[in-house]
Ligand binder design. Structure first.
Ligand code: DC
Length: 216
């Protein structure tokens, strides 16, 4: 079984996807973490983020692995980068990587190969539209920008980073725009996806709503 969960930053995708995967005994695949890991490598190697050819070459020669222990761990060429991929610096630069068609081609192939080996819950921006257009279930989670900023801020505080809600709101609004406007793999609701507005819902309520659809 493949479950696709798409939506903008702060819509609740990650938390909900992890819980759904656990409840159903499926693999959890955080596709944003893959784009983040590649961005981290490009930054460390000081690759010009406008040099598409080098970025595609980087994507082709990089090993990205996800491993679930008590938490999801992301490995970049064997190194655990679960923490450094979440810094604001990486978050700000992912858009340059995510907009390159050749990079997306590599990432999508990797996501399909992991997801089709065994059942999986994949979360991202283009899962229901591009990665698994024939997914068994497709969901699109959304929430108001204010609520999404509040949630992102809580995540950042948990990671020990400083930020204020206005800054975070500005950042996620800019990220929404670049995610929605890129020419490939844009953030878009699949025609057959079920939309859930999570603004006033608790995590448990969202999980229950999804499970009610899945277990029918
Ligand atoms: O889900 P996230 O915020 O960790 O994702 C980080 C960035 O990666 C996001 O701004 C857009 C990009 N992304 C993407 O282009 N396609 C995906 N399937 C997942 C994430």
């Amino acid at each position: 079984m493949v479950i696709a969960i798409d939506g903008p930053a702060g819509s609740g995708k990650s938390t909900v996807s992890k819980l759904i995967a656990k409840r159903l005994g499926l693999l959890y695949i955080d596709t944003g973490a893959m784009y983040r890991a590649l961005t981290l490598k490009a930054m460390r190697k000081s690759i010009d983020l406008h040099d598409e050819k080098s970025l595609v070459e980087l994507a082709k020669t990089t090993k990205i692995e996800l491993e679930e222990k008590s938490k999801l761990h992301v490995f970049l060429d064997g190194e655990d980068v679960s923490i450094p991929i979440r810094t604001p610096e990486v978050t700000a630069e992912v858009k340059y990587i995510a907009r390159v068609p050749g990079v997306r081609h590599e990432m999508v192939a990797l996501q399909r190969s992991i997801g089709s080996k065994q059942g999986a819950v994949l979360e991202g921006r283009d899962i229901g539209t591009v990665v698994f257009p024939n997914a068994d279930y497709k969901f699109y989670l959304d929430a108001s920008p204010e609520e999404r900023a509040k949630r992102r801020l809580e995540d950042l505080v948990e990671l020990g980073q400083k930020a204020n809600v206005e800054e975070v709101k500005k950042d996620i609004t800019a990220r929404d725009e670049s995610d929605m406007k890129r020419s490939v793999g844009a953030l878009k609701k699949a025609k057959d996806a079920i939309t859930i507005d999570t603004t006033v819902l608790s995590i448990d309520e969202v999980v229950d709503k999804l499970l009610a659809r899945i277990c029918r």
